[in-house]
Design a protein around this ligand. Structure first.
Ligand SMILES: [Zn+2]
Length: 484
């Protein structure tokens, strides 16, 4: 057997193998994805230009629709407006953002500097800067990358080996190839490329339990040879959620000036991960939760009342069971209809508990419970749950700038008040000045003549006091008085 024959035999074997391999669906999908990515890189400015895109500064105007987060449980949704700033430098691993806006009874002006050891969470309204103990560039910059086609193209360029072609579908009446992108963190993305222009016109990701998030990139223009979209729209389950106009786009501008910490901000204690925990804040009264979602549990003579509907209620109930093993959760109280305050309905329904809410929120709550037969009880203005010994009073303090109907839970004997979204309490550092929602909450506490000594909330493990509530109102009026 001579060498030439051996080589040609080997070539035949390889050809047969690749011929066979081309027939498998996964290989076809990967090869096709690579073809589409190459054409798209070309259309968005070329592989070299995109590889050389190291820093980006963008200023945008946002109009956001408060889907599932409006004062009423149904559309039309309330609108809010924001000014948004983002800047990223890949080589140096720096990301800076700032959001200024109003909505939902809130006023906000905050952001982040992610820059290794010199990373900060900024609250310009409160005038504070908190060091970030565990800065995470990928997680913090993810939202900016996902709304910026040039940066998504860079991600595709760097991570193409994990991309798949999903198939062809029509979008805006034109055939589009759909290719997946797996970023460092978060669920996979599906990118829609026009078959003719090779432009990225749409992106989608699926986020249970909220559903489908759709990103539309519109009105492309060229800046330094790279394609940038002048407008952007985001839809949640097919409903408009964000309309964005990109006002300023700077390619490869230095970021040093933005990464400087504003000297006027007060440095406050570090932001640390919010670990799951249970606190017994009075005998048989537990505040339980983590990662910004907390619930209150009240032990009664032969049952437990659970208050708060944020995600994770099942884990909170399991934790409480370690302390009270022999009593059922009889009631699950939902504070309001917002999408982040109803997921607990499913856990309470699974537990066989009666869900306490408002008649106006019935549809939203039944949908969240995923059980048309869940037992619901409606509060009309106020409700009292008592075992003769201990009492939990529920009050509708709505309408507030945040929600038309809003339940707070008050334990008169213990002086404990549980609220959601009206008295924001960061876990550490000073409390921010009162927002309009906080003022409405404070007025209700006054009007109802509640004798409170502990104020706890659905988003924090911190135990606040009426004196602190008074202080944030005073600091807000000081800001208002000094405004031009
Ligand atoms: Zn809310």
């Amino acid at each position: 057997m001579n060498r030439a024959f051996l080589l040609s035999a080997l070539a035949a074997v390889i050809a047969a193998a690749s011929l066979h391999a081309e027939e498998t669906l996964p290989l076809k999908s990967v090869n096709k994805a690579n073809e589409i990515i190459d054409a798209a890189l070309e259309a968005h400015g070329g592989a070299e230009n995109l590889a050389n895109l190291n820093s980006l500064v963008q200023e945008s105007h946002f109009v956001n629709y408060a889907n599932g987060q409006s004062r009423r449980p149904n559309p039309p949704w309330d609108k809010g407006e924001q000014e948004n700033f983002n800047a990223i430098d890949f080589e140096q691993g720096i990301f800076i953002n700032r959001n200024i806006g109003v909505g939902g009874g809130y006023e906000f002006d905050g952001g982040n500097i992610i820059n290794g050891e010199d990373s900060w969470q900024l609250n310009y309204r409160a005038g504070t800067a908190a060091p970030i103990a565990e800065p995470d560039l990928n997680t913090t910059s993810g939202p900016f990358i996902r709304v910026t086609p040039a940066l998504l193209m860079k991600q595709l360029q760097a991570r193409r080996q994990v991309s798949n072609w999903l198939g062809v579908t029509d979008y805006n009446g034109r055939p589009h190839d759909v290719v997946t992108l797996i970023m460092e963190v978060g669920p996979g993305l599906s990118l829609y490329f026009d078959q003719e222009t090779h432009m990225l016109n749409r992106m989608e990701r699926v986020l249970p339990p909220f559903g489908q998030v759709e990103y539309r990139f519109e009105d492309y223009t060229q800046i330094d040879g790279i394609a940038f979209n002048k407008t952007f729209r985001l839809l949640l389950n097919g409903d408009d959620n964000l309309e964005v106009k990109n006002k300023v786009i700077k390619v490869n501008a230095p970021l040093a000036e933005y990464a400087q910490l504003d000297g006027n901000l007060d440095k406050i204690p570090a932001v640390v991960p919010d670990e799951f925990n249970l606190q017994e804040i009075d005998e048989g009264v537990f505040l339980v939760g983590g990662t910004g979602a907390y619930g209150l549990f009240v032990e009664m003579n032969d049952h437990i009342v659970a208050i708060g509907g944020t995600q994770g209620a099942a884990a909170r109930m399991a934790e409480v069971r370690k302390h009270i093993a022999d009593k059922p959760i009889r009631y699950g109280v939902l504070t309001h209809h917002h999408s982040d305050h109803v997921p607990g309905a499913a856990d309470y329904a699974a537990e066989g508990a009666t869900i306490i809410t408002f008649k106006e929120n019935e549809t939203v709550v039944r949908n969240a419970a995923g059980d048309g037969d869940a037992t619901l009880e409606f509060v009309d203005n106020r409700m009292s749950l008592t075992d003769g010994e201990r009492t939990v009073e529920l009050y509708d303090i709505g309408p507030t700038p945040h929600a038309e109907h809003l339940l707070v839970a008050y334990l008169p004997k213990e002086g404990i008040l549980f609220e959601a979204d009206h008295f924001p309490q960061p876990r550490t550092g000073p409390l921010p000045p009162a927002v309009p929602a906080t003022l409405a909450f404070a007025e209700a506490v006054d009007r109802l003549n509640l004798d409170v000594n502990k104020i706890v909330g659905a988003h924090s493990p911190r135990i606040g006091s009426p004196a602190e509530l008074q202080a944030v109102i005073e600091s807000a009026s000081a800001i208002a008085a000094s405004a031009p």
